[in-house]
Design a binder for this molecule. Structure first.
Ligand code: AMP
Ligand code: FE
Ligand code: FE
Ligand code: ZN
Length: 293
């Protein structure tokens, strides 16, 4: 890794949700490639935080507790990352519990649909595949691969699990103001994840929406992201500037569940300056000291 510049990764998953590396492993990889700080942002859970934080203390690397929450209300996919949240915050924990409960009925529905399609999948084996706090579609996908129903996870999403496909089921999501309040209230910075998936038709629509989001408590958007082209990055950087938002960045590491995406470096060229985290942290801390103007 390039010397002389402090780097971080502000978006990573572990076995606590739908990644395949243990929380300790994510921290070890980050330390091994020389990052100054590493965030763990599992979907809908803080279950990996304690383990990761302990390893980070032992290895002397800064650890950033986080989570990722799925929302709706945009044309495409809308995820929000919370960074620097207090993992003991009761309100955030309660809201994440609620979201995880919402997965249960939905997972049963996916299971039933797969069985009706003739694929004898049980919730027990999907839960065993997940092994952590959160069962999600990637775990169904892995079971389907193991069964030989599909060759690879992507095919499982394309044929069965993707939005609108044969075994798709939706789940209850937090309303946007609740997600922002939960993250901000736990002292965290709220960041729009992978904006390339959000799907607004043009910059005018983007700008209108981002200004509303900024007023509601959004702190930043991921400009530096594994799947962003240089053009995407520049576009979202411009939008962030115009809308008073900070930048964030991360790999969205999922281990074997997202092949060819590494901690810190993404597909190889990703570099997330530590300074992005400093600015986000500063904004989140300023909010804690007093009400917003
Ligand atoms: P869930 O949270 O259970 O709705 O599952 C969503 C997760 O599935 C995302 O966070 C990704 O990790 C993964 N995912 C979504 N779409 C795909 C896809 N087309 N191929 C592989 N993984 C996907
Ligand atoms: Fe995921
Ligand atoms: Fe996401
Ligand atoms: Zn993610």
């Amino acid at each position: 890794m390039a010397a002389g510049m402090d780097l971080t990764d502000l978006h990573c998953h572990s076995t606590a949700s739908d990644g395949t590396s243990r929380p300790v492993e994510v921290v070890r990889i980050a330390k091994g490639i020389g990052l100054r700080a590493i965030a763990l942002t599992d979907h809908d859970t803080l279950a990996g935080i304690e383990e990761a934080a302990a390893e980070a203390r032992a290895l002397d690397i800064e650890f950033i507790p986080g989570c990722e929450i799925s929302l709706d209300g945009v044309p495409g996919t809308f995820h929000m990352v919370g960074l620097g949240v207090d993992p003991a915050n009761a309100h955030l924990r309660e809201r994440l519990d609620f979201v995880r409960q919402g997965r249960e009925g939905r997972n049963a529905e996916i299971c039933e649909k797969l069985n009706r399609l003739g694929h004898r999948v049980t919730m027990e084996e999907v839960a065993a595949e997940a092994g952590g706090d959160v069962i999600g579609r990637p775990h169904f996908a892995r079971v389907l691969v193991k069964r030989g129903v599909v060759r690879e996870m992507k095919e499982a999403f394309d044929r069965f699990l993707g939005k609108g496909k044969a075994a798709y089921a939706d789940r209850e999501r937090l309303p946007l103001p609740e997600a922002l309040a939960a993250i901000n209230g736990a002292g965290g910075a709220a960041v729009l994840a992978h904006p390339y998936t959000v799907g607004f038709p043009d910059d005018a629509a983007w700008e209108k929406w981002l200004r509303e989001m900024a007023a509601a408590g959004l702190d930043g958007i991921e400009t530096v992201y594994t799947e962003h082209s240089a053009a995407d990055e520049a576009r979202f950087r411009g939008l962030a500037k115009r809308c008073g938002l900070l930048e964030s960045g991360g790999s969205d590491y999922h281990g074997e569940n997202k092949k060819n995406t590494a901690v810190g470096t993404g597909k190889g060229g990703l570099r997330v300056p530590y300074a992005l985290w400093e600015a986000l942290r500063h904004r989140a801390r300023s909010r804690k000291r007093g009400p917003r103007p």
